[in-house]
Every structure is written in C-alpha cells, then in structure tokens.
Ligand binder design. Structure first.
Ligand code: ANZ
Ligand code: ZN
Length: 876
C-alpha cells in the first residue's frame, strides 16, 4: 500500500474498476427493486460550474447508497442541447451552434467522468440529435391531429432593428438587448399546447407528490385557480355602433367578487377588446392609446408594476343588478389574455381600480363594511378588500350579508336574469411553443395553400435541422433557407412551405426522463418494457429556479404520454429535492463611470480578524485595496465563481465531493470556503493514513469466531459506536437526506477508533471491522478513496458485493455502564456494572469501592439512593 494518499492515482484506478465491472450499466432486472435517480441535465454551456458539481454529487450519494443496499440503480446523464446561448456564441465566434455544442459536450463529459459519478454512460444523449427529437416531432404530429396542439395568433416582442423576435429576458427596459431599439409587439401565428385543459389535473395531482411544500405552492399559484362569476352588462342602446354579434348585446366580465357588484362605478376593457376597437374607429386619441398599450411589454411581471393608464370611450353599459349606466374605459391594466379581457371596476374594494379611479377622479362607492371602520376615499386601507369579515352595505336587498352568502345570492339573482353564472378560472395560459430561432427542434408541419397546415407523416420524420449553419442574428435563419423550407405537400403533392419556427427548448426537457429508460429504442419514445419497469424517477434533484415551468411542463407531458399509453405513470418525479445555491464572497472596485468592476476571489488576498471575519482585502496583482461585497450566488456577472476543475486538479474529485456534502445539508445554500476544502482534504489524508498504519502494523485480521462477549470494555465500546454510526449514517443518507451529519458521525467514530487500543488479535479484528465499515459508509460520498482502501483491507471481495454494512443489534446494547459513587453528594469513586444489574447488586458494588469505604468508615448508613444508569449516592 502507498504510504501517502494520491488522488491522481487512486481516482482513475477506481473509475476503471467500476467501468470494467459495468457497475453502473443497468438493465431491467426484476430480481431487484429498482431505483431511478435523476438529476436535472445540464445545458452544455462550456464547462461545469459548482452548482452542477453539487447537484450531481447529491444524486450520486443517493444512487450509491441505494446500490449498496441492493437496488438496481439507474442514474443517467445527457445534454439539454438546444437553446439560445449556442446561437449567441455562434454569432459572436462565427461557428455553427452544433459544433460549439458538441465540443462543449465532449469537454463537460470529461469533467463529469473525472468526478466519478455512478452514471450509466451508455444511456447518454443530446437533445439536439435527430435520434432524440424525431420522437418529439412524431408526438407533436399526433397531438396536433388530436387538437391538443393548435395554431393561433400570439403576441411576441419584436426588435425592429434586428428584425427578430425577442424572448422576454432579451427585452431590457423595453429595449432589445442587442440593438437597444424600443421593442414592439407583433401578432404572428404560433403553435400552442392546450395545457389549460389539464389545469385541474395538474393542480389535483400535486397532493400526491413527495415534493417540498414551497415548490408545490409555487405550482399552485402559477396554475392560479380562482372561483368567480361571469357577469354580463347589457350594452346601452346609444353605445352599439360598430359592434357586432354578442359584443353588440353584452359586455362580459370575469369577477371573483360578485358581492361588490353594486359598488361598480365603471367598466374597463383591454386595448385588444372589440369594444375598444369599435369605440376607437373615429377617435384618434383612442387609437393612439390602444397603439401605446399594444407596444408595451408582454411580460406579466411588468403589467403588475407599471403605471395605470386609461381613456374613456364614451360608451356605456348597464349594471344588471340596479340598472345604473357605467362608462367603459380602455385601461392598460386589463389583460386581454385573462378572463374576458374586461373588468367591472369597484374602486372601493379593489386596489388597482382604487388607484385608477383616484387618478381619473372616478366615483368610489363603498359597499363592504368591516365593523365601524371609517372608509376614507383618499387612502387605500387593507380592510377594503377583506372577504373574511366584511359585510355588505349600500347594496339593497343584499345588505348585511357576508361574502359567501352575498356571492350565492348575487349569483342566483344574475342567473335568474340570465346575466351571469359561476365560473372557475385559471391563471395558467396555453403554452406557446413556437420560437423564431434556428437552434431548436423543427416544428414538423408543412403549410400548403390548398390543404392548410399538414403534419409531416411519420415516414418522413425526422425533419432534420441542418447543422452546418452559422446564424447571423437577424431574423429567423431557417426562413432564409429555401433548401430547408421548400417542399411538397404530403397530402396533395403541390409545392408547399415547411414551417421554419422551432420548438421551445422546454419541450426537450419535458420528456427526457423517459427517453433515458430506453435511449436507443427505434420504434417510439420509450420501449414499453422499460417504461413498465422503471416507471417514474424515484428521486429528482435540481435547482429551485426550475420549480415552476420545467416541472410543470414535464408533468404535463407525462400526462399526455400516459394518455397515449406510452408510459404507465402520470407523474414523472415521485420525490423532489431542490438543492440550495453555492455562494461565494464578492470583491469589487468602483470605476470612474460609477460601475462596479468585480474581481475573482482567487485574485484577492483577504485579511481576517481573530474570529476569522474578513476585515480588508487587496488585489494581489497591484496590492491596492478592493471593497468586500456580500456573499452571493456564484455567477459570471459578479465574477465570483470557483472553477471546479481547479479544485479537482489540485485536490482530486473526492475532496470536492466531500467538501460540498460536508459544508451544509443539500437543500440549504452552501458558502464556498477554501479552508473548508483544505479541511476536507486533510480528513481524507488522515483516513488514508489510518488504514495505512493499521495494515503496516500486522497481518489482516480474522473475523470473530467466538462472539464478542469476551472483548474488553474499550473494544466493546468501539463496536457499540461503530454500529450506532452505521444505523445513523443509513438514516441520514436514506430518510433524512442530511449528508453532512452522516460525515460528522463517521469522523466521531474515527476519533474514538484513534483513542482505542486495537493491538492484539481481538483489537485487530475490531479495527478491521471498523475500517471496512467506514470505507463502505463513506463510499457514496468519496467513492474513489474508499474503493482503494477497501481493496487494501479486503482484496478478496469487491466493496459493492459486500454491500451496506449490517447493524449488529447486539453491539448496540451497551453491556456495561459506568456509574458515579457519591458519599453525601460528593463524588468519591466510580463503578462499572452490567447495564441490566439489579439495584442491590449496584448498591453492594458501590459500598465496596475504596472511595466509599474511606468516607463511610465508622458512620451509620442512613440511606442509599440509586439513579439508574448514572449514580449511587450514599448518605451517612
Ligand atoms: C370586481 C372586483 C372587485 C374584483 C373587487 C376584485 C376585487 P383572480 O383572483 O386573480 O382571478 N380581472 C378579471 N379579469 C381581468 C383581466 N383580464 N385583467 C385584469 N384584471 C382582471 O382575479 C380576478 C379579479 O381580477 C376579478 O375580480 C377582476 O376584478 C380582475 F373588490 O372584479 B374583480
Ligand atoms: Zn396540399
């Protein structure tokens, strides 16, 4: 055995051994319970960052722990390979996105392999490969025929200079991120998934998931179920000009507060509403306002914070309850995409309407009271919106009713007038998946003048994205390539045009969890046997930033695949762990133009006080001070990332893994610390040395043949500690998912081992048992070093065949305990007795000690108090 720990030798050797044994290459094996452990796959951006390392180490600990416990463990890895960064890199460097992506994948795969993850690499795929997306395209055509996918006009952000559609995150302060030009809105035809039809199911099925409550809440809010009413206001006779169909008769609104209907003082519609269009016909000021609204951002977040603006239309509708005429306004805070694109405005009880009415001096009519609280028209107060304790007033026959009673009474009244009915509304919108970008999965539709939108037939799939293209950043690249879009209609054979939009990259990540089950299956998305055996992922691990969209879309896709009979389950991820962020200190200098220049912590020397807190910092290159910023998420923008590769090169993968798992529990944030990394490395060196010294001091020890009863107390205690540790670590890895405390427990065990005399036959046997167990307990976290140490300790059998160590229940029973002996409350001696010794035997032993004898001599015994397990007090 090497005297010193050398990760650069140990790690490749261990990885090779696993590979030779095909330890992580699994197939459907009904003899074993299955465990499917999935971590969110990376975007191949260039190189791994610490967030990846943490994410995949957590998954690896779970996987390896299950493997040692006899499970058939599937841990796959792949690449979420389509997306904008590849296109941006292409524009910058003039390389094809495909080439850039494949090169990044090659590099990152090497990095992942060097970290020794228990991955079945034979299942690897990249979502940009036609072998993957052809099934997505086939599924798309099926859903299109079924009507689950449909085409309609949608609003996009349009950059008039770059002549391109922008994603929401590419719009910065209302301007295109590259051109700086003010962004416009445009209506273009797009494909949508009818996810809204699944809103109720997506909501209801959350209850059965073992997910963090916070994530479930975020999903619930996103789906946003609300119970309310549709209310129809008759359009006044003098206001019908230019309106047709239903719109000439009624203005319909959605409200969650029909109880406040008597307090409505105006009605507001979205700029896109037909009533707005009709009213604007001969009014340039209305046309201008509508144009202004349409040009604004489509992001809902901006809607909430922007200044409320509106214009009156001069048209009126009639309140069905009291016949009052209400003026219709066009307002920018009314969304065309929600409810009916129109609201009955109740300024007294809705804060948005209150703000709007204040600005335009519209009437405010109080119809809800809470006790005697004074209503002040000038100042919004929270109780105005109170549904819980409010009672109706100024509402005629409904006065005095609480919310629910009034809701039901108004609903009944409106229904009898045929002026409304109860309605459940979801905030969730249909999922628009068309993107006007090059680097994505082509939408398999052909547009024919006579046949319309024709799905590409199965035998013509995949529609392959040409890979040797360098996009120039202006407009849609595929739309400039006749060799791509010129085709024939699959139905009538006439010349036709291929769709040039590509799919939202959330599509690929919505079903990859199932492709891993049979990645080479050539007859569909998933092989039936594989789907049947592996079912859903038992554990999914990833960042909280994906708590809403990715998880929702993956759940939705699973339901669609389930309906098609492709998978057995209707939820993809049984249990979810959202890991915390990796944080690091930041350092900067203020530059002349007021901007901050960030320095990487590796370039900075920090001075700390005696408690280890940073007090000052200087840039190493010029020795001048830098400002100490906050501890923040590692990111490019703050230049505070630590490159995992540097840690791996300097210390080895095991140190990186150990530090990450020891520094904090998985779901909490982790603060990077160079001292912590050093500490982790020192521990591994010590572990190595411990085994080395044991091996060097004698022959391998035999297992016990004659039981443990004859062991001296110190060895019995060590075995007690060992088996208590095995039980604790198993519980930490399994149920609690707190790996830091598992590591701490093993460290304690090793401390006790160091203090115990393990020489001699029995001692060496116990030492052997302890060290073998330690290597198995730590294998999930630091697998390489443990693999090497195990081979030294027990060359005859592999660690994974030996499996997870069993807890010896007998060792957990503490055979002997130590008790204090006091005389008149003062400590005088100690006794060691059997843990289950009878009371009088304990008394007798205490009285017989030298200490007791000395201080009781010649005095009459008054009484003896025994506190079981702790002490004996002799009173004289
Ligand atoms: C009258 C009212 C009075 C309202 C009141 C609220 C409080 P949730 O719960 O999110 O579903 N609303 C309806 N359609 C809208 C649209 N297209 N754009 C903007 N706002 C719209 O919200 C439902 C409430 O949001 C509805 O109830 C409506 O205002 C408004 F004291 O109607 B309410
Ligand atoms: Zn045709």
């Amino acid at each position: 055995m090497q005297e010193h720990y050398q990760p650069s030798a140990v790690e490749p050797a261990a990885q090779q051994a696993w590979q030779q044994a095909r330890l992580f290459n699994v197939s459907e094996d009904t003899a074993k319970p299955k465990y499917y452990c999935l971590s969110m796959f990376p975007y191949p951006s260039g190189k791994l960052h610490m967030g990846h390392v943490r994410n995949y180490t957590i998954g690896d600990v779970r996987s390896r722990f299950k493997l040692l416990n006899g499970f058939n463990v599937l841990q796959p890895m792949g690449w979420d390979a389509f997306g904008m960064p590849a296109e941006n890199a292409a524009i910058e460097r003039k390389v094809a996105p495909a080439k850039w992506t494949y090169e990044n994948i090659a590099y990152m795969r090497g990095q992942l392999k060097s970290l020794g993850f228990a991955i079945d690499w034979e299942r690897e795929f990249a979502t940009c490969s036609p072998e993957y997306y052809r099934w997505e395209q086939l599924f798309f055509t099926k859903l299109f025929e079924k009507g689950v996918i449909y085409r309609k006009n949608g609003t996009v952000n349009w950059d008039p200079v770059d002549q391109t559609v922008l994603a929401n995150e590419q719009v910065i302060d209302g301007r295109g991120w590259r051109s700086g030009a003010p962004v416009e809105k445009r209506e273009i035809p797009m494909y949508y998934f009818k996810i809204t039809d699944y809103a109720e199911q997506l909501l209801a099925d959350l209850d059965g998931l073992d997910w963090p409550e916070q994530v479930k809440t975020m999903q619930r809010n996103w789906i946003g179920k609300s119970r309310g009413m549709t209310v129809r206001f008759a359009v006044a006779d003098d206001s019908k000009a230019g309106l047709s169909g239903g719109y000439a008769e009624f203005l319909q609104v959605y409200t969650t507060r029909p109880d406040t209907l008597m307090g409505a003082t105006y009605v507001a519609v979205a700029a896109e509403h037909p009533l707005a269009t009709a009213a604007a016909q001969d009014k340039p000021e209305l046309q201008a306002f509508i144009a202004e609204c349409k040009a604004g951002s489509v992001a809902e977040a901006d809607m909430a914070t922007m200044e409320k603006k509106g214009v009156p239309t001069g048209r009126y509708v009639v309140n069905p309850l009291n016949g009052e005429r209400l003026e219709v306004w066009i307002a920018n805070y009314v969304l065309w995409g929600y409810g009916d694109g129109a609201v009955m405005a109740v300024p007294a009880h809705d804060e948005r309407d209150f703000e709007f009415a204040g600005k335009y001096r519209l009437p405010v009519k109080q119809v809800i009271a809470v006790g005697d609280a004074e209503f002040d028209e000038m100042q919004w107060q929270d109780w105005y919106a109170d549904k819980e304790t409010g009672r109706l007033k100024n509402s005629g026959e409904f006065d005095g009713m609480d919310f629910q009673t009034a809701f039901d009474a108004v609903a009944a009244k409106l229904q009898s007038l045929n002026a409304g009915e109860p309605k459940i509304q979801y905030r969730l919108r249909d999922w628009g998946i068309s993107r006007q970008r090059y680097w994505g999965c082509p939408i398999p539709i052909v547009h024919c003048e006579s046949c319309g939108d024709v799905p590409v037939p199965e035998q013509d799939l995949p529609v392959v994205l040409p890979e040797d293209v360098v996009p120039d950043g202006s407009g849609s690249q595929l739309a400039k390539m006749p060799e791509f879009y010129e085709t024939e209609c699959p139905r009538c054979g006439q010349p036709a045009k291929r769709e040039t939009d590509t799919m939202d990259t959330f599509m690929e990540s919505s079903w990859y969890q199932f492709r891993y089950l049979s990645p080479k299956f050539s007859d569909g998305m998933v092989a039936p046997e594989a789907a049947q055996y592996w079912q859903a992922a038992d554990q999914y691990i990833g960042g909280i930033e994906h708590a809403i969209l990715h998880l929702l879309y993956a759940r939705f896709f699973t339901k669609l695949m389930h309906e098609e009979g492709i998978v057995a389950v209707n939820e993809p991820f049984h249990s979810l762990l959202t890991q915390g962020m990796v944080l690091q200190a930041t350092y900067y200098r203020e530059t002349e133009n007021g901007k901050k220049q960030w320095f990487n912590p590796a370039e900075v020397d920090v001075e700390t006080d005696d408690k280890g807190r940073p007090v000052s910092a200087v840039l190493r290159s010029d020795g001048l001070p830098v400002v100490i910023g906050g501890v923040e998420k590692m990111s490019k923008s703050k230049n505070n990332g630590v490159d995992p590769q540097q840690i791996i090169d300097a210390y080895g993968a095991d140190t990186a893994r150990l530090f990450m798992m020891f520094a904090s529990p998985p779901e909490q944030s982790l603060e990077w610390s160079d001292a912590g990394v050093d500490g982790a490395h020192r521990f591994l060196r010590r572990l190595w040395r411990t085994v080395y010294e044991f091996k060097n001091s004698g022959a391998a020890a035999e297992a016990f043949s004659d039981g443990h009863d004859s062991l001296p107390k110190a060895l019995k205690d060590l075995r007690h500690k060992l088996h208590a540790t095995i039980a604790k670590v198993g519980d930490d890895y399994g149920r609690r998912q707190q790996f830091n405390t598992a590591i701490a427990a093993v460290m304690e065990l090793l401390n006790q081992y160091d203090k115990t005399d393990c020489s001699g036959g029995q001692g060496r046997a116990v030492a052997q048992e302890v060290l073998e167990a330690v290597t198995r307990l730590l294998w999930p976290i630091v697998p390489h070093i443990c693999e090497a140490l195990w081979r030294e300790l027990r060359p005859s059998e592999t660690l994974w065949a030996a499996g997870w160590p069993a807890v010896d229940e007998a060792a957990l029973v503490k055979a002997e305990i130590e008790m204090m002996v006091q005389v008149n409350g003062k400590l005088r001696d100690k006794i060691v007795v059997a843990a289950d010794a009878a009371q009088d035997a304990v008394q007798a032993a205490a009285l017989a000690t030298a200490g007791a004898q000395k201080f009781t001599e010649g005095k009459p015994l008054k009484k003896v108090i025994v506190v079981p397990g702790r002490l004996v007090n002799i009173v004289v």
